[in-house]
Write a protein that binds this ligand. Structure first.
Ligand code: GLY
Length: 351
């Protein structure tokens, strides 16, 4: 078991290990003083882990209620959020109580946003059960819901009190969800760690499962460093958007249902790196290594329409800043920078 401490506006531990879900009350009781907990989870994760979490907390003497919503990105909306608020009221959850996000990115983002806003803020804990949530979305305090016009458009920065990454939970993940998470893992190697990238190159979709604790720890450590340097996403944290500018446009093209986030990011990384090679901003070797690593983990190197058509969709990206957009470019494996461009420069770049 490993503990990575994040020192942001709130200080909290990310615990990475096995068998954590069954013993969650032990870790939770050390992290918060709350006596009542509201577990928020989707119907798929509830079947696997809902009762285990509730029993662990009840056996430790806590009062627990559980809110279950239908799985999927379409639930990450104002209607479900409203249902969560009503549920919290009806179950007399007060400011000294604590929400628990049990599940993947949708659950973590939405529960975190409920915690940021209900009663002007209650504490919350993340128990991420998908690879994507363990390596990325559960850490760093970005919370949000979607609007009909785009993903994550309403949100808040709200750090959790504790993150429990139970590696055992990844063994029940369907293959496509595992591949989805690997998209973000490859991103971490590309932006910050040639060493992580080499580990990915030496393994494949089967053998990586034997070293997942190490992989999750490496990604969380990188994210910790980035979040500590720039919690509110004004500089360094933008590096985590490598592949996301085009990736979000690809997701939008497929109506957020036809392609997973990790696959869209994978294609976004390959496309932007190809463009960077054409402009002499990245080595051909780095592009070759990226594409072969994506193929190893069954991630796409292209998706959606022609790159030039993706350009206009990028301009709706919430990361656009007035008349500027800052795509992330990796000059080499493990080395990244964001390049501030005017909209015209960007459209010319993706040309
Ligand atoms: N997932 C990107 C970030 O947390 O900034």
């Amino acid at each position: 078991m490993n503990t990575i401490t994040v020192n942001a506006s709130g200080k909290y531990d990310v615990i990475v290990g096995r068998g954590l879900i069954g013993q969650c009350a032990e870790y939770i009781s050390k992290a918060v003083k709350s006596k009542s907990f509201a577990v928020v989870t989707d119907d798929n994760v509830d079947k696997l882990y809902g009762d285990i979490v509730v029993s662990s907390l009840e056996n430790a003497g806590f009062r627990v209620c559980k809110f279950v919503f239908p799985h999927g990105e379409t639930s990450k909306c104002t209607e479900t959020l409203n249902d969560i608020y009503m549920f919290l009221c009806e179950n007399h959850i007060t400011r000294s109580d604590c929400l628990i996000a049990l599940g993947g990115g949708v659950t973590g983002d939405m529960t975190g946003y409920a915690a940021a806003t209900y009663l002007r803020g209650t504490s919350f804990i993340q128990i991420p059960t998908s690879l994507l949530a363990q390596v990325d979305s559960s850490v760093g305090g970005k919370t949000a819901i979607d609007l009909p016009c785009g993903k994550n458009l309403v949100g808040a920065f709200k750090q959790p009190e504790l993150v429990l990454c139970d590696i055992d939970a990844l063994s029940t993940l369907p293959r496509e969800f595992f591949i989805d998470g690997m998209g973000e893992v490859v991103k971490y190697g590309m932006i910050k760690s040639a060493e992580l990238f080499e580990i990915l190159e030496k393994n494949d979709l089967d053998s990586i499962k034997d070293i997942l604790e190490d992989i999750v720890c490496r990604c969380v450590s990188i994210k910790r460093d980035v979040v500590e340097a720039d919690e509110f996403d004004r500089g360094e944290r933008m590096l985590l958007n490598f592949g996301h500018t085009l990736g979000h446009s690809i997701e939008q093209y497929y109506n957020y249902t036809g392609i997973s986030h990790g696959c869209a990011v994978a294609a976004g990384m390959a496309i932007i790196t190809g463009l960077a090679v054409n402009r002499g901003m990245c080595s051909e070797e780095a592009l070759k290594r990226l594409k072969s690593c994506l193929a190893k983990y069954e991630l796409p190197e292209k998706a959606g329409p022609a790159v030039s058509e993706l350009g206009n969709a990028c301009l709706n990206d919430k990361k656009r800043d007035g008349g500027f957009i800052s795509p992330v470019i990796c000059s080499e494996v493990g080395s990244s920078a964001y390049v501030k461009m005017t909209i015209d420069e960007f459209l010319d770049f993706i040309g």
